[in-house]
Design a binder for this molecule. Structure first.
Ligand code: SAJ
Length: 420
């Protein structure tokens, strides 16, 4: 059996490598020449624990190669991005299916009767059926489930990815999978494919439910984080420590609140709920509100820092404070800065305090763009020299076992790890 994985990013590349490690012949397809070249040289174009060694081995052993042009295969796994388009008149960001459309039109010419196509990209409800429609447009000689049901000669299913960056290779194998075929036979074929490496259970449903399942998982987390973030605003107003509060409330057997922070980052949890809101704007009121609560958190953090700057300046007339941001990543113990609320906050502070901004981010070697005259320093340097310390990411490296020097330094702790 030959398997083609289309889109060799954070999901596609590990998936391709894992299939190849089960001695399947895998063809990876990507539009970026540098991605294809890097992989064919046995390397990876992003950092994920153990992935580099795995890709190196399967390429060397001849089970995996990458190409810019699709080739025939028995099964196709599509893992391309589904970003959203910025809010239009409706004020709701709309999903952008252009990558899925481009891939559909690109692989249609190599589809053969009996092929299976699985869409893994996180998708708005209806995207799998839409993909089938694009195939049908390009290949009128073949028959697809929406016109021929079980009698179709192509099988199509949705099987959303649900791995956590940093633990991708383990979660790919261990997590349960939700598989939604356009017909029951489509599901059966897709289950057979994933069974080759998935040790978790494969649960079968229809494709629209599978699409909605993925969006629901990330919306559940977003709503729960929004609840925690709203509590942090309420507690600030009432003079209560929100982390102590959540710890207490979570001792109830049926309460499990997540943690407040500077906002929600990454490209899944801050995006996917919009796919639900744009599909059902009148019904998805809570999901929309949660998005807005989380998106507004960085502004609130900036207002706390402003208040500290003002208080410091009143105490030290004629002087300007040095501000240190602890952390830029979108979550702890990784180097990933994409859609990071911490980075947004640091950029806003760079405009305000200019060369009086220090940034501590032990996971990167060089500051990203947009931080002006800020300097990258060690935690020790920042603690020794900053007047205001802003904790934005709960990296292990920042857990000093209490508040750093409570007497002298002013502190804004968005993660609650610096309490005495
Ligand atoms: N965050 C909080 N408080 C919390 C938990 C998270 O503020 O209590 C913030 C993080 O700091 C980060 C953001 O939320 O900015 C998202 O981080 P995350 O660790 O919750 O999730 P991701 O984006 O790395 O991965 C999620 C996962 N989905 C769920 O846990 C439901 C993962 O399983 C999905 O595969 C992934 O989205 C995806 O690709 O959709």
């Amino acid at each position: 059996e030959r398997i083609s994985v289309v889109g060799l990013g954070y999901i596609g590349l590990p998936t391709a490598a894992v299939f190849a490690s089960r001695n399947k012949k895998v063809i990876g397809v990507d539009v970026a020449p540098h991605v294809v070249d890097t992989i064919n040289a046995g390397g990876t174009h992003f950092v994920e624990p153990d992935l580099d060694a795995l890709v190196h081995r399967v390429v060397k052993d001849g089970f995996f190669h990458a190409t810019l042009t699709p080739e025939e295969a028995d099964a196709f796994v599509v893992a391309v991005p589904t970003p959203f388009r910025d809010a239009t008149v409706s004020q709701v960001p709309e999903p952008d299916l252009s990558y899925i459309e481009a891939v559909s039109r690109m692989i249609a010419p190599v589809l053969r009767p009996g092929n299976l196509v699985v869409l893994e990209s996180t998708s708005p409800v209806g995207a799998t059926e839409q993909m089938a429609a694009w195939f049908a447009e390009e290949r009128p000689d073949l028959t697809f489930p929406q016109t021929h049901g079980e009698a179709s000669d192509i099988r199509i299913a949705h099987c959303p990815e649900r791995v956590l960056p940093g633990q991708v290779l383990r979660e790919l194998v261990e997590n349960d999978r939700v598989i939604g075929g356009m017909t029951p036979l489509c599901s059966t074929r897709a289950v057979e494919l994933y069974r080759q490496f998935v040790k978790g259970e494969c649960f079968v449903t229809d494709c629209r439910t599978a699409e909605m399942t993925k969006l629901t998982e990330n919306s559940f987390r977003d709503v729960n984080i929004a609840f925690a973030n709203e509590l942090s605003l309420i507690c600030d107003r009432l003079g209560i420590d929100v982390w102590e509060l959540i710890r207490m409330a979570n001792r109830h057997p049926r309460v499990n609140i997540l943690q407040p922070g500077p906002g929600v980052g990454g490209h899944c949890i801050a995006v996917d709920p919009w796919f639900i809101v744009s599909a059902a704007p009148e019904q998805a009121r809570l999901i929309r509100q949660a998005r807005e609560v989380n998106d507004s958190k960085p502004r609130w953090v900036l207002s706390r820092v402003d208040a500290e700057i003002e208080a410091w300046t009143t105490e030290n007339p004629g002087l300007k404070p040095t501000v240190a941001c602890f952390g830029l990543a979108f979550k702890p113990n990784i180097d990933d800065l994409r859609e990071s609320p911490a980075l947004g906050i640091a950029r806003a502070l760079a405009e305000k305090v200019r060369d009086r901004l220090m940034v501590v981010e032990p996971h990167i070697a060089k500051l990203p763009d947009g931080l002006g005259e800020a300097t990258l320093v060690s935690p020790q340097d920042a603690l020794a020299n900053a007047d205001i310390c802003v904790l934005l990411v709960d990296h292990d490296a920042f857990k000093f076992g209490g508040t750093p020097d409570r007497g002298r330094v002013r502190i804004v702790d968005t993660r609650g790890i610096w309490k005495a």
